[in-house]
Design a protein around this ligand. Sequence first.
Ligand code: NAD
Length: 501
Amino acid sequence: MADLSAGHQWIDGRRRSALAGDAAPRHDVVDPSTGERVETAALAGPADVDAAVAAAVSAQADWGRATPGERSSAMLRLAAELDAAAEDLAQTETSQTGKPIRLSREFDVPGTIDNTAFFAGAARLLEGRATGEYSPDHTSSVRREPLGVVGSIAPWNYPLQMAAWKVLPAIAAGNAIVLKPSELTPLTALMMAEAAQRAGIPDGVVNVLTGAGQGAGEHLVSHPDVAMVSFTGSSAVGQRVMALASASAKRVHLELGGKAPFVVFDDADLEAAVHGAVAGALINTGQDCTAATRAIVHRSLFDAFVAGVADLMTAVRLGDPRDEATDQGPLISRTHQERVAAHVERARAAGAKIVCGGAVPGGALARGAYYEPTLVSGVDASAAIWRDEVFGPVLVAVPFDTDDEAIALANDTVYGLAASAWTRDVVRAARATREIQAGCVWVNDHIPIVSEMPHGGVKASGFGKDMSAYSLEEYTSIKHVMTDVTGVARKPWHRTVFSTP
Ligand code: NAD
């Protein structure tokens, strides 16, 4: 694990403690599988934000002038550094989040390395449309330029990947960044920043602040020298961030909550749908913005689907996240465990059927923030558990009779991040992918992502894309350059303003 004893602020290529010293609020990073403290951070305040933004402003000038090839080479070295630190990153990610080590090793860390390699390549592919004479008297061209300093705020569910999704496109396009990870899980973002320095990315290009949302976060998104705010987190905080950023008309990119529908048509492969639903609902203990949360299942398959999901959920092994045999770790914190339990208890009290799970496990697991994999049925579309983001290992299933009804149920949500359709009928699949309102629709799968393809939502799930070339473009501004090619002093168009010869 990285030695962060010198402090939890990474500013201008140095680990520092918070500038407020003893007056800075303290925050314990806790292993949620045991409740034990991993590290204690002194949290950043406004002075730390100002220092990080100043370092970023100063570093960006040269970094923005580096050629794409130079930026790309440094990012390829970063990919190699992350690869060399892969096991350390996986262990640290598991310690601060409680996610099973298999997930850290096989998804979070390799996904981050692949993202780094992808953006290293993409840095060299930024180009405009054709340069040409759109007026006979001028040549027009387009320059894609970095914005300057990006202020980013990330959540705790995939701390390393969220840091990667924010940092990589921003720096590939020639920006500098100040990233504020969640104060619950800052450690792997700090390790990534240290790896960037070892890779030769200049100091000040990547800065990481460990701070609270209402302290460091609000100061960062309001800072006059921050040109763009890129936020991933809950819809409520995203709206607050957007309001703060609007005061200085900053560009805003929001990746917010989700409540993904999982639509099983009557011709679906039932075994595939059952396995897909359990994997899609329980990944990362359900703390995934794209997790399958609303199973919409044709009535002819409903009972078999519910029985199959309950059987598989009951077989899921909860345990020590460091054990390779563990399928599901704890939730992120006791507070979140209480929140998830309260959602299920409200549903139970309102008459929902808890088909399996629905409890905090006892025994050895009682010291961690565990919650059982839970399947809920017997609710209608007005139920809170059907409408609200639970962000835990909880799947709700409802039956439908017609395809029209299934699509309407899928879209009956304020969110629009991800969805899946399960069918062997190509026409049904085509209809579902066209009509379901979401940033991603999978067919016969749910969850996989790739660096080349965009991730981002519609409706209350936000706007803007992470990963892919689309994301890179969002971290640039487009400048039109129009050059006179006549060389004459008296341009023909001047007669629209004055008519003297
Ligand atoms: P959150 O909104 O509580 O916090 C996200 C980040 O915002 C944290 O770093 C937090 O410190 C900061 N923050 C909190 N209040 C702030 C404020 N007033 N000003 C500025 N920053 C502030 O979310 P969370 O609980 O960390 O993460 C879970 C949420 O993230 C879920 O809603 C989930 O769906 C969403 N999420 C979305 C995506 C996506 O790609 N769309 C990915 C992962 C998580």
